[in-house]
Design a protein around this ligand. Structure first.
Ligand SMILES: Cc1cc2nc3c(=O)[nH]c(=O)nc-3n(C[C@H](O)[C@H](O)[C@H](O)COP(=O)(O)O)c2cc1C
Length: 198
């Protein structure tokens, strides 16, 4: 995907496996969550919730690590913080299901990621965790669902990682071409193909 016109902050974001345990300043963490809260949402319900911990709260940090599948725990344990993104899946105004709750929460997370990268702080989201463990540990009611768990921190050198995990950070992950994800008028006509009719 050609990226020259893409905002630098968007281009610079990626999800590393190599994290540094160096502390992230609290004011930056707060700014990241404020950015998340600026996201748009259906009916402005702001259905996202975040719960985080840092390695300074050692016991809690270990409990959060236990949410993760082993393949994630192996590298996420080096991060400074772990963030759980939750979504309230019912509307505040009538208690009925809010079908945009996950969508809205994803947008809030996108803001969080970009604010983080503006500070050279990296976030790696994980779907490989146990929602049951998260729900049970946090005592969640049935209307609040875990969405992702995220490792957060400054970039590390990968020296404490198994070589095959550290190697994953050597290259950025590829993206589809614009024409593969955009069509004009109908799905059968890809947009922005070099060879397409104008
Ligand atoms: C919802 C979601 C779940 C993910 N789950 C995992 C995961 O369990 N383990 C992992 O290593 N990466 C996980 N990732 C990271 C993706 O693999 C990564 O974002 C994708 O390959 C694109 O790479 P980039 O973020 O470096 O651009 C997840 C990302 C998202 C958005």
């Amino acid at each position: 995907m050609k990226t020259e016109l893409t905002l630098e902050i968007i281009r610079e974001r990626w999800s590393p496996y190599s994290f540094s345990p160096l502390p992230v300043e609290e004011f930056r963490i707060k700014a990241m969550f404020e950015a998340a809260g600026h996201a748009p949402s259906s009916r402005n319900e702001q259905p996202w919730l975040f719960v985080y911990t840092t390695r300074e709260d050692e016991k809690v940090f270990e409990a959060y690590l236990d949410f993760l599948e082993e393949s994630n725990r192996i590298w996420a344990r080096n991060a400074y913080g772990l963030i759980v993104a939750l979504a309230r899946t019912t509307h505040a105004y009538n208690g009925k299901p809010n079908r945009f709750a996950l969508y809205d929460t994803g947008m809030a997370v996108a803001n969080l990621l970009l604010q983080a990268i503006s500070f050279d702080i990296y976030i790696h989201q994980m779907g490989g965790y146990s929602p049951e463990k998260v729900s049970s540990y946090l005592g969640l009611g049935s209307d609040i669902v875990p969405v992702t768990v995220m490792a957060m921190g400054y970039l590390g050198d990968g020296s404490s990682l198994p070589a095959e995990v550290a190697r994953k950070d050597e290259q950025r992950r590829p993206r589809k071409q614009v024409f593969e994800i955009v069509s004009r008028n109908s799905l059968s006509r890809q947009a922005f193909r070099e060879d397409s009719d104008k």
